[in-house]
Design a protein around this ligand. Sequence first.
Ligand code: ADP
Length: 457
Amino acid sequence: MIRKILIANRGEIALRIVRACRELGIQTLAVYSEADEQSLHVQLADEAICIGPASGAESYLRADRILSAAEIADVDAIHPGYGFLSENEEFAEQCASCNINFIGPKAETIGKMGDKAMARETVSKAGVPIIPGSDGPIENEKDAIKIAQKIGFPVIIKAVAGGGGRGMRIAHNAVSFAKEFQSARLEATKAFGNGALYVEKYLENPRHIEFQVLADKHGNVIHLGERDCSVQRRHQKVIEEAPSPFLDKNLRARMGKAAIKATNAADYINAGTIEFLVDSKGNFYFIEMNTRIQVEHAVTEEVTGIDLIKEQINIASGNRLSISQKEVTYDKHAIECRICAENPSNGFAPSPGTIGLYYAPGGHGVRVDSHVYGGYTVSPYYDSMIAKLVTYGRTRKIALDRMYRALSEYIIRGIDTNIEFLKAIVLDPGFRQGEATTSYVEEFLARAPKDVFKKSQ
Ligand code: ADP
C-alpha cells in the first residue's frame, strides 16, 4: 500500500504526478533545487524539501540527498518522472535496498534496456525486427569501418548509453566515418560517462512510431497503441500525435504484437515505451526501449482515457492492470506541441528569464500541462520545455484546427518561445496531410522564410 510518494523531478512532470496522487488520496513530497522554490510542484505538493543548488548535478541527480529526504519524510515510494534519475539502474537499486518502492521497472531491467546494444540483442532474440547493425558495441575504429562497409553507407553511429538525441553521428562514406566515430566517442564519454558505440544502417526518411506498454507484476502485458513522433529537430521530438496518420489497422496490430514481445523479452514491469522506425513501405524496426514515463504520454491518455501515472502507481502497488487489452479503445485523435523557451529565429537558442503576462489556452479539447505562470522565472539550468499543449478531438483535422486555435491564444510575454514556429508547422500542408518523416523539420526550416517565426506582439 502506497501512502506517500517522493517526486524525484521538477517542472511539468512533477506537477503531473502531484495531480495524480491528489486524485488517489496519496500524500506527496516534492524535492526541489534552490532555483525551483517558486515552482508550482513545490507549492502544490503536501510537503517539500530543498535538496541543493540549482545545478541538476547538485540537486535532482543527487541520489544521496533524495534518499535522505525520503527517509526524513518517511515515504513509501519514489516516482522518478523522466530524465534525471529515471533511467539510472543504481538509483533504482538504492531505492530497493532502502525498502522504498521505485515506481518503474526492476533495476536490472533498466540496466539491460538502457544499454542500447544489449536492448537490440534482447528483443532481436525474441523475434522483434531490428535495424541491421553491429552485434553489440564496437571496440575500435578499424572494426567499425569494416562493419559499416558490410552494412552499406549511410550508417549511424550511436552511443550504447545514449539518450536525448545526443551521441549520434551519421556517416555517408568511409572517409567521413573515422571523424564521426571519434566525435561520437568524445560526445558519448562527456555526456554519459561511457564512450561505447555501436553502428546501425541509417534509414532515409523513416517515421518514428512508438508504442506505449503497461505490464504488471502478475504477468499481464498490454499496449495502448502508438504515438507518431516524426516531427523532430536534431533527433529531439517537437510534436507528437496519436494515432499515427501512417498506420493502418493491420500494421498497428503487427507493431503492437512486436511491442508486447519486446516488453516480455525485457521481463518488464510498469509503464514503458517501445520505439520503432518505420520505412515508407511499412517495414518497422525496434530502435530502443524507454523504461520510464515519456514526455508525450499525455496524447495516449487523451486517446484512450487511461491515466498513465495512476496506472504506474497501481502497478507499483502490486495490483493487476486496471484494464485488459480488449478494453483499450482509441476513439479520439490527440496532438501535443512542446512549448519551449527558445528563439527559433536565432538557431533555437534558449531564452531563460522572467515571464510577464501569461495566459494559457483552454476550452473544449485543450489540455495544458505546465509548471509556469505569470511572474515565473525560467531557469537557464534546465531543459527549455515550459509547457505541453495537447489538443484532441474526434478526428485529426479537429485536433489540428484546435491546436492552431490554442497556439494562437497562448500568451507568454517576457521570454522568447517557439509558438510561432509550431503554428507554422501546424498550418503546413505537408504536416497536415500526415506526410512528416524524421527529416520533415529540417526540410521545413530550409524552405521557411527567415523571419517567419518572429512574434508579432
Ligand atoms: P535517443 O535515445 O537519443 O532519443 P534514439 O535511438 O531513440 O535516440 O533515436 C532518436 C532519433 O534519431 C530517432 O527518432 C530517429 O529520428 C533518429 N535515428 C535513430 N536511429 C536511426 C537510424 N538507424 N536511421 C535513421 N534515423 C535514426
